[in-house]
Design a protein around this ligand. Structure first.
Ligand SMILES: [Zn+2]
Length: 344
């Protein structure tokens, strides 16, 4: 089969010929139809310090996908051959206290598909049946291939009751834009999203009924004023990983404001803790998705009309992966879909 792999501890990726994996008794073999490129994949491609510490080549990368079950182990009852499926990319240990309590999303020893073990950028992927999610075949394949990051957005946004609240999202990357659409769909009052990249803000703008702010030439205090807001934002979704954006968010929250932190900060980003204390803010770290409550919620949101398609900027054949990674690194793209059906 074709597979996109990191072969050596150095920048780059190669399309290789690899053996089709053999499913064990509790595994599922999936024929991959579409994948989408994540920022994580770009880190692996570029071989930055995180990748150098985390990735052990040779390894097939990728974790955002949708495909069809083509074989399964004899103990698998959850899915059948022919089912259209996604996969939860965090394979949990099943042994820690949280796993035993049914809180798998809080597992302290997860293995990442396409990070710690062979991934989905291939014609076939083999993962445990416990990580396979049956999906609604009426949802477009391109959208289904983005369920992993849509899950991040959903998990971060739905930590809090959004109805009637003023929501600030820092970072208009694909996850920030999807979170904005979720906040809008969840009957938030004002939804404001910030960035310094006009291309990303243009995508956010096309999601509908969202206030976009280029913080290079407008302040959040002015934005609050122009929207008739008086006391600050009720909900913050930090999705930029930028300490300046986080500090700006904390300075613009209402008393009792609640913040989801999804963006990965460089090192030890400093904030004004007195604002957290005296303004009685709640900060919550968010990683991954809730297994499988988030999958249920995002499916229901899409079925109810949530439209994330403006975030998908490019659809490429998997053989054009190099161009896809180039686009991702340029910051001039939204989600990029790779098609594994054609020529496979
Ligand atoms: Zn565990």
């Amino acid at each position: 089969m074709r597979a996109l792999a990191k072969l050596a501890p150095a920048p780059g990726l190669e399309m290789i010929e690899a053996p089709v994996p053999e499913p064990g008794p509790t595994d599922v073999l999936i024929r991959v139809k579409r994948t989408s490129i994540c920022g994580t994949d770009v880190h692996i491609h570029q071989w930055d310090s995180w990748a150098q510490q985390t990735i052990k080549p040779p390894m097939i990368i990728g974790h955002e996908f949708v495909g069809e079950v083509v074989a399964k182990g004899d103990q698998v009852v959850e899915v059948d051959v022919g089912d259209l499926v996604d996969g939860e990319g965090h394979i949990t240990c099943g042994q820690c206290r949280n796993c035993h309590a049914g809180r798998r999303h809080l597992c302290n020893d997860t293995k990442g598909v396409g990070v710690n073990r062979d991934g989905a950028f291939a014609d076939y992927l083999c993962i445990p049946a416990t990580n396979v999610v049956k999906v609604d075949p009426d949802i477009p394949l391109d959208v289904l291939s983005c369920f992993d990051p849509l899950g991040n957005a959903t998990h971060a946004a739905l930590q809090w009751d959004l109805v009637g609240e003023d929501v600030l999202i820092t970072g208009a990357g694909p996850i920030g834009c999807m979170a904005a659409a979720i906040a809008r769909k969840s009957a938030a009052r004002h939804v404001v999203i910030t960035d310094v990249n006009p291309d990303r803000l243009a995508i956010a703008d096309s999601m509908g009924a969202i206030t976009t702010v280029d913080v290079r030439n407008a302040s959040l205090a002015d934005v609050q004023k122009s929207l008739g807001m008086k006391e600050g934002f009720d909900i913050g979704l930090e999705m930029s990983g930028n300490p300046v954006a986080l500090r700006d968010m904390i300075a613009n929250m209402a008393h009792g404001g609640r913040i989801s932190l999804l963006g990965i900060m460089p090192g030890e980003a400093a904030i004004d803790w007195n604002k957290v204390v005296f303004n009685m803010l709640t900060l919550r770290g968010i990683y991954g998705r809730e297994i499988y409550e988030t999958w249920y919620k995002m499916t229901a949101l899409i079925q109810a009309g949530l439209d994330i398609s403006p975030v998908i900027s490019h659809r490429l054949n998997c053989t054009d992966f190099a161009y896809g990674f180039e686009l991702m690194a340029s910051g001039k793209s939204g989600k990029i879909i790779l098609d594994w059906e054609e020529g496979g």
